[in-house]
Every structure is written in structure tokens, then in C-alpha cells.
Ligand binder design. Structure first.
Ligand SMILES: Cc1cc2nc3c(=O)[nH]c(=O)nc-3n(C[C@H](O)[C@H](O)[C@H](O)COP(=O)(O)OP(=O)(O)OC[C@H]3O[C@@H](n4cnc5c(N)ncnc54)[C@H](O)[C@@H]3O)c2cc1C
Length: 377
């Protein structure tokens, strides 16, 4: 009998894993990819959607287009995971696996910040970004607060990009002088592993008159008074609040008993959980790397190689190195990047590359290469 691989979640990690298994094993693979959604959206496309550079419909890459030997996709919601039995129950049935990979990402805990939804907006979900694409064009004066309510959160540079793109958007509409932008972050600098990247972002904020409030959390919003309460007692008035909500593993993962402190602990070298034959990759896991698609992919590559080695023999993967490049929108069509390395050496490093035409092209290729690899045969 062929070894059954069950991949829970078709995001960065799940899609990369399914692709590698199919490429290596072809019809000999027996992989089932399960996701509750009918489409994948790159995280950074949400910024494009909120600022009207792309419609949500155009950003959605439909799973029905997946065409890969040895891989079957089903659109079902996972309602129970039994990691000991490697058995999963969904809205459509029950499945057992020889290799079970949890790639369910991080969910948002909107209720964890009182007033966030009643009084503000968030731009981290598809629906939140779409809603903002209707609100932002009507905003022409007042205080904008971009607030990250807690860490860890996905893609550490994304809220900085939001502030810079907001500056551009308001400038293009001729209303920038009537608006103030304040950016509140629980971290001390915009991209802590890379002081150079942080310095470039801080300089960009200063040039554009964006106020940066480091090392502070937004604890709650008072919708009646339109004030954001910070963790040091400060209150910030706002006319438009753009939030990054609290993150945590999906409820179904927490209910499975696999989590500790909100996420699934794994061996950071192999992504193995404490259950034999069960792995966790990407934002759902505590693998010692930031929450970003590139790290989910890197983790998936390690798991894929080890699963392939178990199925057909061959070399096992080296350890997960926690390396990846994150692109950063600086506004004005400029794109910089940072090469992050979290696990290969004794310290975290982040090498900054200033915005350039090459990086604009690299970011476009990043999306088109993955779209082609993950969705076509
Ligand atoms: C604004 C923004 C900008 C970003 N920019 C970048 C960037 O430039 N570069 C980068 O690398 N990363 C970026 N990210 C982060 C990136 O999107 C995530 O870190 C990445 O998607 C994580 O991959 P994953 O495979 O762990 O989970 P995900 O991609 O989140 O996939 C998890 C999947 O699990 C499914 N799922 C969850 N629960 C269930 C259930 N119960 N049943 C069935 N299916 C379920 C979900 O539908 C989802 O498809 C950005 C994120 C945001 C919000």
C-alpha cells in the first residue's frame, strides 16, 4: 500500500509540500490536501486589495486549478485532529494518514482586543482588506492609527508597508496634509533582526511625517470616543484605525491538545511534533522563525524531503535553516528586501537590500513562480 500523506491547510506550507511530493513521486504519491477555503491569497496581496491596486477576486488563486499527479484537493473544514491515531475528521468525512502534516497557519483572535471590530478595522484578513478598499477612498482628513495589538504577528514588515503605502495613497489624492499617520508596534524597531532594514524604514517614516510609537501594544479601542488605549495608559485618538489582530493557532489545533502557549511545539530542525509521523509547518508551529510564508515554505521543504526519504529511500533533509527573503514596499513603486537567517548560525541575521528595479521584478517573479509551481501540473 502507498504511504498516505495528509496535508492540513493549503497555504504557503501545504501548497509547497504537495508540490514537492508530486514532483518527486508523481502518481506514486498518495497525498490529500485539505482546506476550508476555495482559494489561496498571498498575504501581501491584502495590501494591494486594501489600497485598490487589485480586487480581492483577482487576488484569489482557485484551488480547483490545482492539477498535480498524486495529489488530491478537497474543500472541507477540519473539525477534529487526533495526532496519536493520525486521524482527522472534517465536514466531509474522516481520514487516516501515515504522515500527517499540520499546515493550518495562524488564525485571528478579534475578540482578544475589545472594540477592535466595533470601533476599528483590520487589514490581515481577506474580508478586512476588502472592506478597507471601500473605506480608505472616502477618508480625507484626520488621524490614522495603524496598530499592531500583539506579537508574534505575520510578516513583521507588513504594517510598516501599510504606513508607507497609506502615505502614498493620501498624497496621490492630495489630502496627505490633512491627515496624520501614527504607527504603534509592540517591537522596539520595525524589523528587529535587521538593524539596517529598521533604520531604512525609520528614515522613510521620518521623511514622510509618519509618527512611529515603538514597544507599545494597543490594548483596546473605545468605539464611542474613538480612542485607542495603549499598554502604558496612553490614549491615542483616531478617525481611522487599521489594526493587526492578535494571532493564535486555529481552534481545531488547540482542541487537539498539540499546542503549548498557543502554537504547536516542534523540533526546529525537523518540524516533528512530539507525536510520531506528525509534523507542523508554518505559522501554526513554534519553529524559532518569524511568521511568514517564506519560512512556512522552507519548513515544508524539509518535511517533504524526509517524508519522501521514508517512502522511497534516499537522502534525508538537512536541518531547517530558517532562511528566507522578505520583500518590503517602500511606496512610490519602490521595493526593498531583507534576507533573514534565523537558525543557521548562533544569532539571527537580516541583510538589507535597498529598493531597486531588480527587487520590483523579483517580487513579481516570487508570486508568478509560485502560482505556476503550486497550481499547474
Ligand atoms: C498583510 C500581509 C502581508 C504579508 N506579506 C508577506 C510577504 O511579503 N512574504 C511572506 O513570506 N509572507 C507574508 N505574509 C505572511 C504569510 O501570508 C503567512 O505567514 C503565510 O501564509 C503562512 O503560511 P502557512 O502555510 O503557515 O499558513 P497559511 O498560508 O495561513 O495557510 C493556512 C491554511 O489553513 C486553512 N485552514 C485553517 N483552519 C482550517 C480548518 N479548520 N479547516 C480547513 N482549513 C483550514 C486556511 O484556510 C489556510 O488556507 C503576509 C501576511 C499578511 C497578512
Amino acid at each position: 500500500m502507498r504511504a498516505r500523506v495528509l496535508i492540513l491547510g493549503a497555504g504557503f506550507g501545504g501548497l509547497e509540500l504537495a508540490t514537492i511530493l508530486s514532483d518527486a513521486l508523481g502518481d506514486d504519491a498518495d497525498a490529500l490536501l485539505i482546506d476550508r477555503s476555495d482559494a489561496f491569497v498571498f498575504g501581501y496581496s491584502k495590501l494591494d486589495v486594501m489600497f485598490g491596486r487589485m480586487t480581492l477576486d483577482a487576488a484569489r488563486l482557485r484551488y480547483r486549478e490545482i492539477s498535480k499527479p498524486g495529489v488530491r484537493f478537497v474543500q472541507e473544514t477540519i473539525v477534529e485532529i487526533d495526532p496519536e491515531a493520525r486521524r482527522v475528521t472534517t465536514s466531509g468525512g474522516a481520514y487516516e494518514a501515515d504522515h500527517l502534516v499540520i499546515a493550518l497557519g495562524a488564525d485571528y483572535d478579534f475578540e482578544g482586543t475589545p472594540g477592535l471590530i466595533e470601533g476599528g478595522n483590520e487589514f490581515y484578513s481577506e474580508e478586512g482588506a476588502r472592506r478597507l478598499s471601500e473605506i480608505i477612498p472616502t477618508f480625507s482628513e484626520g488621524q490614522i492609527v495603524i496598530g499592531v495589538v500583539d506579537a508574534p504577528y505575520k510578516c513583521p514588515p507588513a504594517p510598516s508597508e501599510c504606513a508607507l503605502l497609506m502615505h502614498d495613497y493620501l498624497s496621490a489624492r492630495g489630502v496627505r496634509d490633512a491627515c496624520q499617520i501614527t504607527y504603534v508596534l509592540p517591537l522596539g524597531t520595525p524589523v528587529p533582526p535587521s538593524p539596517e532594514t529598521s533604520a531604512a524604514l525609520l528614515e522613510a517614516f521620518e521623511e514622510r511625517g509618519i509618527t512611529f510609537v515603538p514597544s507599545r501594544r494597543v490594548q483596546e479601542l473605545d468605539p464611542g470616543r474613538s480612542h485607542a488605549a495603549l499598554d502604558d495608559g496612553q490614549e491615542l485618538p483616531f478617525d481611522l484605525f487599521l489594526g493587526v489582530p492578535k494571532h493564535r493557532a486555529p481552534d481545531v489545533v488547540i482542541a487537539s491538545g498539540m499546542t503549548e502557549n498557543g502554537y504547536v511545539p516542534v523540533d526546529s530542525a525537523t518540524l516533528q511534533t512530539r507525536y510520531p509521523g506528525v509534523y507542523a509547518v508554518g505559522d501554526v508551529a513554534t519553529a524559532g522563525v518569524p511568521k511568514a510564508g517564506v519560512f512556512a515554505e522552507g519548513a515544508a521543504r524539509v518535511v517533504a524531503q524526509n517524508v519522501i526519504a521514508e517512502i522511497q529511500g534516499g537522502e534525508r533533509a538537512g536541518r531547517h535553516l530558517g532562511q528566507g527573503t522578505c520583500y518590503i514596499e517602500f511606496g512610490g513603486g519602490r521595493v526593498g528586501s531583507v534576507d533573514i537567517d534565523f537558525l543557521s548560525g548562533p544569532t539571527h541575521t537580516g541583510v538589507y537590500h535597498a529598493p531597486s528595479a531588480d527587487l520590483v521584478a523579483d517580487k513579481a517573479n516570487f508570486g508568478s513562480i509560485r502560482r505556476a509551481r503550486w497550481f499547474a501540473a
